[in-house]
Write a protein that binds this ligand. Structure first.
Ligand SMILES: Cc1cc2nc3c(=O)[nH]c(=O)nc-3n(C[C@H](O)[C@H](O)[C@H](O)COP(=O)(O)OP(=O)(O)OC[C@H]3O[C@@H](n4cnc5c(N)ncnc54)[C@H](O)[C@@H]3O)c2cc1C
Length: 477
């Protein structure tokens, strides 16, 4: 079906396509580095409307780009080419279908915002522990990118929080896998295919998610240390003494904190090369949380690991500490020239990763402003390089691929990954194809081909279907 006939068909589904003049706002991603004008933008209100949209696109062999809150950082939710794809935004699918406080589960539609879900849980004396600074993000987007964030050390990535999914497949069929139980060993765990698939295998329409008891006690500390190695040492001490209470252990270098503070008062008086935000929580207020944290910090200080530390005295101070941490990535997003890394290595290799990468980046660009922060408890460091004030954007852009190569190669040499939490999208699809084992890439291509034989689900994202299978193991034999 030619695209104008498809547009007529789409006009009869739900609210029909958005007026063309409004398409532009769906053409760019959060980083402003990726751009692609949609052929049409559809905003279904129900799963059955979405089914009709997908069936129509499949019949016309026109590709579909699912879109959540557009906070993704790898160009996943925008079309690769202009006027070739229908963008399907989940923003109107926002119903809370069920909340079960005995089973500690909630079932929401994909367009429900993460921040709304956190609030819903809190209003019911529960915790939904996924937390990150992508504030516009939706549940469907979080699950499709297997989002991480600042509580992964205790509760795991988004995929750990999912019991079941409802998904519209590439042929318009609906897989209802919502009514899954905590224990269910009946065959393949199909939901795992769609978690982290970045919309390349189907569109998540609803999810049954796990809730946790709300913490009654919480302490938040800001700590100054001299080196990345000292931070890893402190993490190990916290794990030994506070493991089941440790929710957050976030590392930031001096540049990251100073850049955010921009002259405002710092949490600690002195100057420290590295800063750490630690949060410990407990569901019983009889746990000596603060005392144990203080003991760990005092011993680490006596051993020369910690330079200085402060524990937030009240909610306001706690919020201020979080504003610094979460303001760092939010500020970097505003700078489209910033080179942004999302690598991961084993926790024990974090310090070496930073040292080797610093040396490599400085060899290329001695004036580079290196802004490093991340979830050190998961080995996920966001290594960013900001344009020196003295350098024109175009000149800096010339260093982009070499600097990114240093960051990623260092992580890979240490047995790490080029994407710990943001996914591959269009930004890293080709690079991933270069570095992944041939057998693994081939398996991914087989899965993609089986679930989306027409190749219409978010093409040219995540898995590079154009890579020749020269070295692939013949899986079907
Ligand atoms: C300031 C800032 C801080 C961030 N910090 C973190 C962090 O700490 N940890 C982290 O993991 N991420 C972080 N992110 C990235 C981002 O918030 C996550 O990737 C988020 O999970 C994306 O959700 P979204 O709804 O915005 O999805 P979008 O950006 O709209 O889409 C992301 C991908 O998912 C697909 N998709 C969206 N909805 C669906 C659906 N219903 N079904 C199928 N596919 C779908 C899209 O096609 C696209 O490929 C941050 C972003 C910002 C801007």
């Amino acid at each position: 079906m030619p695209s104008n006939a498809l547009l007529v068909t789409l006009g009869g589904i739900g609210d029909g396509p958005l007026p063309v003049a409004d398409n532009e706002q769906y053409a760019a991603d959060a980083t402003k580095n990726y751009h692609g004008v949609p052929l049409a933008v559809m905003r279904p209100r129900t799963t059955s409307e979405l089914v009709e949209i997908v069936r129509s696109c499949a019949a016309a062999e026109v590709s579909i780009v699912p879109r959540g809150g557009n906070s993704g950082l790898v160009g996943g939710a925008v079309p690769v080419d202009d006027e070739q794809s229908v963008v399907v935004s989940l923003e109107k699918m926002r119903t809370v279908r069920d909340i079960d406080l005995v089973s500690n589960t909630v079932t929401v539609e994909a367009g429900y915002l993460l921040v709304e879900l956190q609030e819903l849980a809190s209003n019911n004396n529960r915790l939904f522990p996924l937390r990150h600074a992508g504030l516009s993000s939706q549940v469907g987007g979080n699950l499709s990118t297997n989002a991480g964030g600042t509580n992964v050390i205790r509760y795991g990535m988004a995929r750990n929080l999912v019991l079941g999914l409802e998904v519209v497949l590439a042929n318009g069929a609906v897989w209802n896998g919502l009514n899954r139980l905590p224990k269910d060993n009946t065959g393949y765990d199909l939901k795992q295919l769609f978690l982290g698939a970045e919309g390349t295998l189907g569109i998540i329409t609803a999810a049954k998610l796990r809730l946790f008891p709300a913490p009654k006690l919480q302490r938040t500390a800001w700590i100054g240390v001299a080196s990345c190695a000292a931070a890893v040492d402190l993490l190990s001490r916290c794990r030994t003494e506070l493991d089941e209470f440790l929710s957050t252990f976030e590392l930031m270098n001096r540049n990251a904190v100073e850049r955010y503070l921009n002259g405002r008062r710092a949490p600690l008086a002195g100057s420290h090369e590295w800063h750490i935000l630690v949060v410990v929580t407990a569901t019983s207020d009889r746990i000596p949380l603060e005392e144990t944290l203080l003991d760990v910090l005092a011993q680490a200080n006596a051993d020369g690991v910690v330079e200085d530390a402060v524990i937030a005295a009240d909610d306001q101070q706690e919020r201020t500490l979080w504003e610094i941490r979460e303001g760092i990535p939010a500020a970097l997003i505003e700078d489209p020239t910033c080179i942004k890394g999302d690598t991961g290595v084993a926790v024990g290799a974090v310090a070496e990763f930073v040292t080797v990468t610093d040396a490599g980046v400085r060899a290329l660009l001695p004036d580079a402003e290196i802004v490093t922060f991340g979830h050190v408890g998961d080995g996920n460091i966001h290594y960013n390089v900001v344009r020196p004030d003295s350098m024109e954007p175009q000149e800096f852009a010339g260093y982009g691929s070499d600097i990114m190569r240093v960051i990623e190669t260092t992580a890979l040499d240490l047995g790490g990954t080029i994407s710990a939490e943001h996914g591959l999208g269009q930004k890293k699809m080709r690079r991933f194809a270069d570095v992944v084992a041939a057998e693994e890439l081939d398996l991914m291509r087989l899965i993609k081909g089986a679930l989306d034989p027409l190749g219409i689900m978010n093409p040219d994202k995540l898995v590079d279907m154009r890579v020749p299978q020269a070295n692939a193991v013949p899986i079907q034999e």
